[in-house]
Design a protein around this ligand. Structure first.
Ligand code: CP
Length: 301
C-alpha cells in the first residue's frame, strides 16, 4: 500500500513523472475526467484549511471520483467522543478508496498509515510535514523553467513551526548543489534536525537575519507566516520579515516570490502585481499536482 506521508519518500524520477502528469492534466483535463470514476475519497481535516482541502476536493471531483467529508473533524467527528485516530481510520478505510487527512499531531499520518487499508494522503501534520504543499511549491518552480540542481532558495519567517518549510527543504535536498538561506529571528530558526538533514544530503544551509544578506540573483524567495496557532505562552514573538516593493527592488527580474498562503502582513499587497509574485498561481497549481498525486496513487495501489 502506497501512502503519501513525507517528502523523504520521493526521488527525482518520481517527481519528474508527477510533474509531467500534472502538466498533461492541466493541458488536457478532459482525458482524466472519469479516470477515478467509481472511487470514493474522504477528506478529514482536524485543523482549518482553505487551499489544501478545497483543492483536494476539486481534484477528486475533476477526476470523476466522489468525496465524503466532515466540516471540522476535530469537533464534528467522533473524535470528540474519545475515538482514537486509529479507530477512525480503520472505519473510514472500509468506506473509501483513499483518505486525505490534516491533523494537529506531528505523527498522525504515520499512525493513520499503520492501520489503513487504503492510501493516506498527508494534508499537513502538526508542525512536522506538509508534503503535498512542497510538491506544488516545486511544481511552481518547475513551471518557471528553473532547473532544480544548483537552485538557490531563501526560506523566510517562522522556520521553527512552519511545516511547509520543513517539507520543502526535504524535497530540495533531492537535488544537487542546492543552496538554502534561512531568514528568521534566532528564536524561530530552523530546528537542528532539518539543518542536519540538509547537511546529510549535501545541501548548503546559510542562516541569515536580513533580506540584504541574500544574493540579488537568488532563484526563489519563499516567505511564510508566523504559525501563531502553534505558539505557547513561553515563546517569544518572532520578528516579521515583510516583503514590500523596496525589498523586491533588491532582487533580479528572474527571482520568484512564493508563499504557501494564507498570508498575514509578511507580503505587502502592493507586491501582488509584481510579475515575480507567483503565490496565487502557486495555489492554483496545487489542484493539478493533487490531481496527479491522487490519480497515480489510487490507480497504482
Ligand atoms: N497552504 C495551505 O496549507 O493552506 P491552507 O491551510 O488554507 O490549506
Amino acid at each position: 500500500m502506497k501512502h503519501i506521508i513525507s517528502c523523504e519518500q520521493f526521488d527525482r524520477d518520481y517527481l519528474e513523472g508527477l510533474f509531467q502528469l500534472a502538466d498533461d492534466m492541466m493541458q488536457t483535463p478532459e482525458k482524466y475526467s472519469e479516470s477515478l470514476k467509481g472511487k470514493v475519497i474522504a477528506t478529514m481535516f482536524f485543523e482549518p484549511s482553505t487551499r489544501t482541502r478545497l483543492s483536494f476536493e476539486a481534484a477528486i471531483l475533476r477526476l470523476g471520483a466522489k468525496n465524503i467529508s466532515t466540516e471540522n473533524a476535530r469537533e464534528a467527528s467522533s473524535a470528540t467522543k474519545g475515538e482514537s485516530l486509529e479507530d477512525t481510520i480503520r472505519v473510514l478505510s472500509g468506506y473509501t478508496d483513499g483518505i486525505v487527512m490534516r491533523h494537529f499531531d506531528k505523527d498522525a499520518a504515520i499512525r493513520a498509515a499503520a492501520v489503513s487499508s487504503v492510501p493516506i494522503f498527508n494534508a499537513g501534520s502538526g508542525s512536522g510535514a506538509h508534503p503535498t504543499q512542497a510538491l506544488l511549491d516545486m511544481y511552481t518552480i518547475h513551471k518557471c523553467q528553473k532547473p532544480f540542481d544548483h537552485l538557490t532558495v531563501a526560506v523566510v519567517g517562522d522556520l521553527l513551526f512552519g511545516r511547509t518549510v520543513h517539507s520543502l527543504i526535504k524535497l530540495l535536498s533531492v537535488y544537487e548543489h542546492v543552496i538554502i538561506y534561512g531568514l528568521s529571528s534566532p528564536n524561530f530558526a530552523l530546528p537542528k534536525e532539518y539543518v542536519d538533514y540538509l547537511h546529510l544530503h549535501k545541501a548548503t544551509y546559510i542562516p541569515c537575519t536580513s533580506f540584504e544578506e541574500l544574493p540579488g540573483n537568488i532563484d526563489v524567495i519563499y516567505n511564510t507566516r508566523t504559525q501563531l496557532e502553534r505558539f505557547t505562552e513561553s515563546d517569544l514573538a518572532p520578528r516579521e520579515f515583510i516583503v514590500n516593493k523596496k525589498v523586491m527592488s533588491h532582487f533580479s527580474d528572474e527571482t520568484i516570490l512564493l508563499h504557501p498562503l494564507p498570508r498575514n502582513a509578511e507580503i505587502d499587497t502592493d507586491v501582488d502585481d509584481d510579475p515575480r509574485a507567483l503565490y496565487f498561481q502557486q495555489a492554483h497549481n496545487g489542484m493539478w499536482v493533487r490531481m496527479a498525486l491522487l490519480y497515480d496513487t489510487i490507480r497504482n495501489c
